[in-house]
Ligand binder design. Structure first.
Ligand SMILES: NC(=O)c1ccc[n+]([C@@H]2O[C@H](COP(=O)([O-])OP(=O)(O)OC[C@H]3O[C@@H](n4cnc5c(N)ncnc54)[C@H](OP(=O)(O)O)[C@@H]3O)[C@@H](O)[C@H]2O)c1
Length: 408
C-alpha cells in the first residue's frame, strides 16, 4: 500500500463537505494517477479541529473556509513552510494577493485556485497554461451566476428586478443577503484575479470599478431586444494605453457575442488575443459538488508536482478613462426639436449615434439610442448636458454596450 498523502481541510461547509465526499469517492483512481492515496488528515470548522496542528501536519492544505481572517494567516503559514495550498477564496486572493503570493514564492510552495473564479470553468488553467504564451488583450466574463440567473429571468418573463431576485432566493441561486452578488462586488474580486494572471500586473480588488444590477428595469431589456442586444452583468479586464482597466457593470451584448447566450446560473469567460481571435469557456460557476470538482482537479495537479503559477507582483497602472459604446434611455416631453437638441449635445462631446428608437406616449416620449464607441468621460459629459435640458423628464439612464463580434 502506498504512502498516504495527507490533506488538511480548512472548512467543511457547502464546498468543504462536497470536497471531502468527492475525495473519498475518487481516492483510489487518484492513487492510480499519482502513486499516493489522498486522505483527509484533519478538518477545521468553528467547532472542530486545531488550526495550526492541521496546517503543520499536512502535505497539502485545502482552504474552503472563505473570508480573510484567520484564513490568511493559515494559508501564509502553510505556504511559508513549503506546504502547497489549494483555495477557492476569491476574497483572500483579490484583497491580499501580494502577501499570499509572496508567501508562496518564499516557501517555494504551489498555490492553486481554479475554483476561486467561475467555479468549475477552467479559466485559470487556460490563462496560465494553454494561453501562457499568448498576448491577451481583453477578457470579458459572466462570473456571477446569481446575477446572470436574475437577468435571464427578467429578460424571459418581463418581471422586475425585485421579483426575479425573490425567485432566485426561493430556488437557492441567491443568498438571503444578496449584496455581494447584486452589487457586482463578487464579480469584481474574480476579475481582479483574472487581470493579475492575464496581464502580469498586481491588480487588487481596490483597482476594480464595479456597478451592480439593482437599478436595471425590464423596460431596458424590452428596448434592448429591439436593438438585438442581451443584457448581462459583465466583468471586463483589458489593456488600455500603458495600463489596464478592470471593471464590472451591466452591459448589452449583440446577440452574436459568445456571452450573449449564456443563461441562468452558468458562468462563461471570453479571452481575446490577436493570435487566437477568442476562446470562450463556460459551465457551472458555483455549487458544492461542481466547485469541489475544480478543487479536486487542483489537488491532483499538485500531487503530480505542478509548479507554483507565475503570478505577478509588478504594480498595476490603472487606466482611468476607457472607450465604450453606450445605450442611452431618455424620457422626454413629446414635442418637435427634441431629437435635434439631444443630437447636438452628443455632437458637442464627439458622441456619434449608431441607432435610435423613438416612441410617443401622449405627453411623454422615450428616446432610446445606441452610440458608437466613445471615451466614457466624453459620453458622461454629454449626458450631463442632456440631463439639464428642460424637456428631459427623468434622469437619463445609460448602460454600456460591448460592440464586438468575432469571425474566424
Ligand atoms: N458555495 C459555492 O458555490 C462556492 C463557489 C465557488 C467558491 N466558493 C468559495 O469556497 C469557500 C467556501 O464556501 P462555502 O460556500 O463552502 O462556505 P460555507 O458553507 O459557509 O462553509 C465555510 C466553512 O468554513 C468554516 N469556517 C468559517 N470561518 C471559520 C473560522 N473562522 N474558523 C474555523 N472554521 C471556519 C465553517 O465552519 P462551521 O461549519 O463551523 O460554520 C464552514 O465549515 C469560500 O471562499 C467561497 O467563496 C464557494
Amino acid at each position: 500500500m502506498s504512502e498516504t498523502f495527507r490533506i488538511g481541510l480548512l472548512g467543511h461547509g457547502t464546498v468543504g463537505a462536497a470536497f471531502a465526499e468527492l475525495l473519498d469517492a475518487r481516492a483510489a483512481s487518484i492513487e492510480r494517477l499519482t502513486g499516493r492515496r489522498p486522505a483527509i488528515s484533519g478538518v477545521l470548522t468553528r467547532s472542530r479541529g486545531d488550526a495550526h496542528e492541521i496546517v503543520d501536519g499536512a502535505d497539502l492544505v485545502v482552504e474552503l473556509m472563505g473570508g480573510v481572517e484567520p484564513t490568511r494567516e493559515l494559508v501564509e503559514r502553510a505556504l511559508r513552510a513549503g506546504t502547497p495550498v489549494v483555495s477557492a477564496n476569491k476574497q483572500l486572493l483579490s484583497r491580499f494577493g501580494d502577501e499570499v503570493w509572496a508567501a508562496s514564492r518564499e516557501g517555494g510552495a504551489a498555490l492553486r485556485f481554479e475554483a476561486a473564479v467561475a467555479g468549475v470553468v477552467p479559466v485559470i488553467r487556460v490563462l496560465s497554461e494553454t494561453l501562457a504564451g499568448a498576448h491577451v488583450d481583453r477578457i470579458h466574463g459572466i462570473v456571477n451566476g446569481t446575477t446572470n440567473f436574475i437577468l435571464t429571468r427578467m429578460a424571459a418573463t418581463g418581471e422586475p428586478y425585485a421579483g426575479a431576485l425573490a425567485e432566485a432566493q426561493a430556488l437557492g441561486y441567491a443568498e438571503a443577503d444578496p449584496t455581494e452578488d447584486v452589487t457586482g462586488a463578487d464579480a469584481a474580486a474574480k476579475m481582479a484575479i483574472l487581470a493579475r494572471l492575464a496581464f502580469g500586473a498586481a491588480v487588487g480588488l481596490d483597482d476594480v470599478v464595479y456597478e451592480g444590477i439593482e437599478h436595471l428595469t425590464a423596460d431596458d431589456m424590452a428596448y434592448a431586444e429591439q436593438f438585438g442586444l442581451a443584457l448581462k452583468l459583465v466583468g471586463t479586464a483589458e489593456r488600455a494605453g500603458e495600463g489596464v482597466s478592470v471593471r464590472v457593470h451591466p452591459a448589452f451584448l449583440p446577440t452574436g457575442h459568445p456571452l450573449a447566450s449564456v443563461d441562468g446560473a452558468f458562468n462563461a469567460v471570453t479571452i481575446e488575443s490577436p493570435a487566437i481571435t477568442e476562446v470562450t469557456i463556460s459551465g457551472p460557476g458555483a455549487g458544492g459538488p461542481q466547485t469541489a470538482s475544480a478543487v479536486l482537479g487542483d489537488v491532483v495537479s499538485v500531487m503530480r508536482g505542478a509548479p507554483a503559477l507565475d503570478v505577478a507582483s509588478v504594480p498595476a497602472v490603472i487606466a482611468s478613462d476607457v472607450e465604450s459604446a453606450f445605450y442611452l434611455h431618455l424620457e422626454v416631453a413629446d414635442r418637435p426639436g427634441v431629437l435635434a437638441q439631444v443630437a447636438e449635445r452628443l455632437g458637442l462631446q464627439g458622441v456619434s449615434v449608431k441607432s435610435v428608437l423613438q416612441t410617443g406616449l401622449e405627453t411623454n416620449a422615450r428616446l432610446v439610442m445606441v452610440t458608437h464607441p466613445v471615451s466614457e468621460s466624453r459620453f458622461y459629459a454629454a449626458v450631463e448636458l442632456i440631463g439639464a435640458l428642460d424637456f428631459v423628464r427623468a434622469a437619463p439612464r445609460a448602460i454600456r454596450v460591448i460592440d464586438e463580434s468575432f469571425t474566424a
